[in-house]
Ligand binder design. Structure first.
Ligand SMILES: [Zn+2]
Length: 253
C-alpha cells in the first residue's frame, strides 16, 4: 500500500494542472480522451432516457444553452443539447460538448436567467476540468500502482469506461468554483446573474423530506447563496456590457 501512495504522489506532481481559480488538480486524462468518454456517457443516458417531444421546451432549452456556450471564450466545441423527459430536477454537462436537461428541472428553472444559471454552472464543471479531475481520481484509486505508465502519458487501455464518469460526484470546492465561473459565464452571455440567486433560493425551498436530485450534488445552503450574492456585483457590469454589445437572449419558457 505504501508503495502505491508513493506512486500516486509522483503521479500527482507529473500530472498536475491548475483550475481557473488557482486550485491544483490531478489530471491523468487528455481532453481528447475525456471527450470520447463524455460522448459514450451521453449515448448511455440517451439509451435509457427518452427525449421530450415538447417543441416549446426544446426551443427554450436550446435557446438558453446556445447563448451560454456561444459566450465561452475561445470555444471551438459544438455543444449538443438534449431535453430528457424525466421528472428528475437535474441537468448535466459532459466533456466533449454535451448538455442534458431534464424536464423536471424546467418546472423550477422557469425563467431564462434561472435556466442559464444551471447551464452555466454545469458547463463550468467541464470547462474547469472538474470532470477530468474526478475521473483521474477514480482511475488512480481503482488502478493504483498500475498507473505507473501514466507518468509519461496514460495508456488508452487504462482510460476506463464511460459509466465511471456518470457515477462521479463533485467536491464542495468544485461546486463553489462552478458557481462562480457559471455566474461569470451567464453574465457574459447577457443573462441577469441575479437569476442564479433566485434559482438557488427556489431550490433550497424544495429541500425537506424528498430533496430533488440536483441538491444531492448541489446543497443549496445559506453559505452557497451568500457566496453567489457576494459575486453578483462583480458580474452586473459584465452583464450590462454584454447587453450593450447586443447579447440579449430572448428565450421564453
Ligand atoms: Zn455542480
Amino acid at each position: 500500500m505504501r508503495q502505491g501512495w508513493i506512486v500516486l504522489a509522483a503521479l500527482s506532481c507529473a500530472a498536475c494542472a491548475t483550475s481557473p481559480l488557482g486550485r491544483s488538480q490531478l489530471n491523468l486524462v487528455s481532453d481528447e480522451q475525456m471527450a470520447q468518454v463524455g460522448a459514450q456517457a451521453f449515448r448511455q443516458i440517451e439509451q435509457k432516457t427518452p427525449v421530450t417531444r415538447d417543441a416549446r421546451l426544446n426551443r427554450f432549452v436550446t435557446c438558453v444553452a446556445d447563448a451560454v456556450t456561444t459566450a465561452i471564450p475561445g470555444n471551438t466545441t459544438p455543444w449538443e443539447v438534449k431535453v430528457f423527459d424525466s421528472p428528475e430536477i437535474n441537468a448535466f454537462a459532459l466533456p466533449g460538448g454535451h448538455i442534458g436537461v431534464y424536464t423536471g428541472l424546467l418546472k423550477v428553472a422557469t425563467t431564462q436567467d434561472e435556466l442559464a444559471a444551471v447551464i452555466g454552472h454545469e458547463v463550468s464543471h467541464v470547462l474547469a476540468h472538474h470532470s477530468a479531475e474526478r475521473y483521474s481520481q477514480a482511475l488512480a484509486a481503482n488502478l493504483g500502482a498500475g498507473l505507473v505508465g501514466a507518468v509519461t502519458g496514460v495508456d488508452p487501455n487504462l482510460v476506463g469506461d464511460a459509466s465511471t464518469l456518470l457515477l462521479l460526484h463533485f467536491s464542495r470546492e468544485q461546486e463553489s468554483e462552478a458557481d462562480l465561473l457559471g455566474l461569470d459565464l451567464m453574465a457574459r452571455a447577457g443573462f441577469d446573474p441575479q437569476g442564479a440567486i433566485a434559482l438557488w433560493q427556489k431550490m433550497s425551498r424544495l429541500g425537506g423530506a424528498r430533496p430533488p436530485a440536483i441538491l444531492s450534488d448541489h446543497p443549496s445552503d445559506a453559505s452557497r447563496i451568500q457566496q453567489l450574492q457576494a459575486r453578483v456585483p462583480q458580474d452586473i457590469p459584465v452583464y450590462q456590457q454584454a447587453r450593450a454589445a447586443g447579447r440579449r437572449p430572448q428565450c421564453s419558457g
